[in-house]
Design a protein around this ligand. Structure first.
Ligand SMILES: [Cu+2]
Length: 256
């Protein structure tokens, strides 16, 4: 495994059985379908590669004869079959990708914001009012405890709290809003099968449901500057009661 994590083995023995050698154990609800599609693609590619070599071999060894070939049978039909197969794989992949982006999160999803800054991730929770306060670039002051530039005059701001560690509950949908302050960063959690660019000036939403408690690495997958190599953070997935206790503590700390 490329990135060591203290992940517990996923309940999804399905994904483990299919991909024991190169994928980290899955910890999200949407992960098994992605893993399955990846494996399906690899098996189909392997089958076609083998088939192509067999045909090549037969072509080399068979005797030449100049009889008129049936082009439909040996050329057009296989081409049509391949086009349909690749079309199916592409549409399926696009739908799996879009399922965490374009369908929209449920209204009860937990709202969290992740902001990439050279070279750190910040996570913001909206507090009891469930609405993020306004941020202003001119107010950004990490040294004064305001790394995101929260505007204190906005009524939604005082209950927001910012952490350097992402903490999420199991089995509850999360609506993550991705931002970047300076350059494009890549938000990636391999165990949650998530990878999405964070782009300055855009709020990009991804939604997902963590399933397996544990501690996981959050990485930056875009070469975003000299300190890119140290741009990482931790995700802790907690059982719902533990998460509620953590949230209550954080909210009490941030109450003005
Ligand atoms: Cu980065």
């Amino acid at each position: 495994m490329l990135f060591p994590s203290k992940t517990r083995l996923s309940n999804s023995s399905h994904a483990l059985l299919l991909a024991p050698w190169f994928l980290p154990a899955d910890a999200s609800a949407h992960g098994p379908a992605l893993d399955h599609h990846l494996l399906l693609n690899l098996w189909i590619a392997l089958t076609l590669l083998t088939l192509a070599h067999l045909i090549l071999l037969v072509g080399l060894l068979a005797r030449r004869h100049s009889a008129q070939k049936n082009l439909w049978r040996i050329e057009y039909l296989p081409l049509i079959a391949l086009a349909i197969l690749f079309g199916f794989l592409t549409i399926k992949a696009e739908r799996l990708w879009a399922a965490t982006r374009y369908t929209g999160a449920s209204l009860t999803a937990l709202q969290v914001e992740a902001t990439g800054v050279q070279f750190a991730w910040y996570f913001r929770y909206p507090g009891p009012d469930a609405t993020f306060g306004i941020t202003r670039p001119q107010l950004v002051a990490p040294g004064e405890g305001n790394p995101l530039g929260l505007d204190p005059t906005d009524p939604h701001s005082p209950d927001d709290f910012v952490t350097s560690e992402l903490v999420l509950p199991t089995d509850r949908e999360v609506d993550l809003r991705l931002n970047a302050q300076d350059v494009i960063h890549g938000f990636s959690i391999p165990e949650l099968r998530l990878k999405q660019n964070a782009v300055p000036g855009q709020a990009i939403h991804i939604h997902f449901t963590p399933t397996t408690p544990g501690t996981y690495a959050i990485l930056c997958t875009q070469l975003c500057g000299l300190g890119h190599y140290r741009m990482n953070a931790t995700l802790r997935i907690l059982p719902q009661e533990e998460f509620a206790a953590w949230l209550a503590t954080k909210q009490k700390e941030s109450t003005p």
